[in-house]
Design a protein around this ligand. Structure first.
Ligand SMILES: [Zn+2]
Length: 341
């Protein structure tokens, strides 16, 4: 970002570039809206024209201009006057702002266009994944593959043409370590530790089911008693099946963090995971307090993906630098020779 302050006569060019990037970003954002709504439903991205969710009227091209149309129509359908979700303008302006921020963070005139452009492509995928997960608690596999592909292209380009990647100091090895640095702990935590803890400590149904199984095995019971126990056991097993086994990281989170690691390197990805866990914990606490206030029981599982996305976006701007500062802070300075003797 230093380039803004010593840009000499170039400041005007830079501001022009940021403005163009913002406009380009909100256009992409309007496509991302389509992805967020259609991908989880398995609908085609290209076939149907956009239409009003309430009255079904097709939307004219001049009402499809990102951000501006929504503002001009004050968030209402031209045909029926029903409210259009604020989500559209949120996704569009968010994409525009993040694209522009990427170009502010990385100096395109000196360091080249390739990395900032690839990062924008990556952030676009992150936005889709984040909102999808928030809406449906699921991530589309296609978008996860897209993110992995963008990350792979970025690493290949940075290895083959290092001079065009001066703005992004992530060696290939850092990217490869990054693929596993967060995804593997998530995999272990989500698919081994959490189910174990849940089955053996938390779930009453698991406990009851285990007790019954033990009795059926060890004790000699008459036919009537066996039948009664079997019925209770079936009820518990049914309950276990319904409530789902785990509250933890899903496979989507694991793939997302592997792609993030390949794109940003292990340092930024670890920072991203920390940001996500802190934000997720705060959110869980708020939900808990809210549930207590409303006298509801327990907190339902919530999607963790949006927090990972926020973490990855923030870390893509300053994660590596933050981790380097932290490592410097941990490293005990050597006592210079001239102090000894
Ligand atoms: Zn309408």
């Amino acid at each position: 970002m230093e380039h803004l302050f010593n840009s000499g006569g170039l400041l005007g060019y830079y501001i022009g570039i940021y403005f163009m990037t913002f406009l380009f970003g909100i256009t992409i954002g309007s496509f991302l809206n389509v992805c967020i709504y259609r991908l989880p439903a398995g609908e085609s991205l290209t076939k149907k024209n956009s239409h009003c969710m309430t009255c079904g009227a097709y939307i004219k091209w001049y009402d499809l201009i990102p951000v501006f149309s929504w503002l001009f129509l004050r968030g209402k359908c031209r045909a029926c006057g029903s409210k259009i979700s604020g989500r559209y303008i949120l996704v569009e302006s968010l994409t525009g702002i993040l694209f522009a921020a990427t170009f502010v963070r990385f100096d395109v005139i000196v360091d080249g266009l390739i990395y900032p452009a690839l990062l924008c492509l990556f952030i676009a995928g992150l936005i889709v994944i984040g909102f999808e997960d928030y809406d449906t608690q699921e991530m589309t596999l296609g978008v996860l593959f897209y993110l992995t592909a963008v990350a792979a292209v970025a690493r290949i380009c940075s290895t083959l043409f290092p001079t065009t990647f001066r703005g992004n100091e992530v060696p290939l090895i850092d990217g490869i370590i990054g693929m596993f640095s967060v995804s593997v702990p998530f995999l272990i935590f989500g698919f081994v530790l959490t189910p174990l803890i849940y089955c053996f400590i938390i779930s009453e149904d698991h406990k009851a089911a285990r007790k019954i199984k033990r009795r059926l095995k060890k004790e000699k019971l008459n036919e009537k008693e066996t039948e009664r126990l079997q019925k209770t056991l079936d009820k518990h097993l049914e309950e276990i099946k319904e409530t789902g086994p785990v509250y933890g990281f899903g496979m989507g989170d694991v793939i997302l963090m592997a792609a993030g690691g390949l794109m940003l390197g292990w340092k930024a990805t670890v920072v991203a995971a920390f940001i996500a866990i802190i934000l997720g914990a705060v959110y869980a606490l708020v939900l808990k307090l809210k549930a207590k206030h409303n006298d509801e029981e327990g907190v339902k599982a919530f999607a963790f993906g949006p927090f990972l996305v926020i973490g990855l976006v923030l870390a893509s701007f300053f994660g590596t630098q933050l981790m380097d500062l932290y490592i410097d802070y941990l490293t005990v300075p050597q006592v210079p020779d001239y102090y000894i003797g």
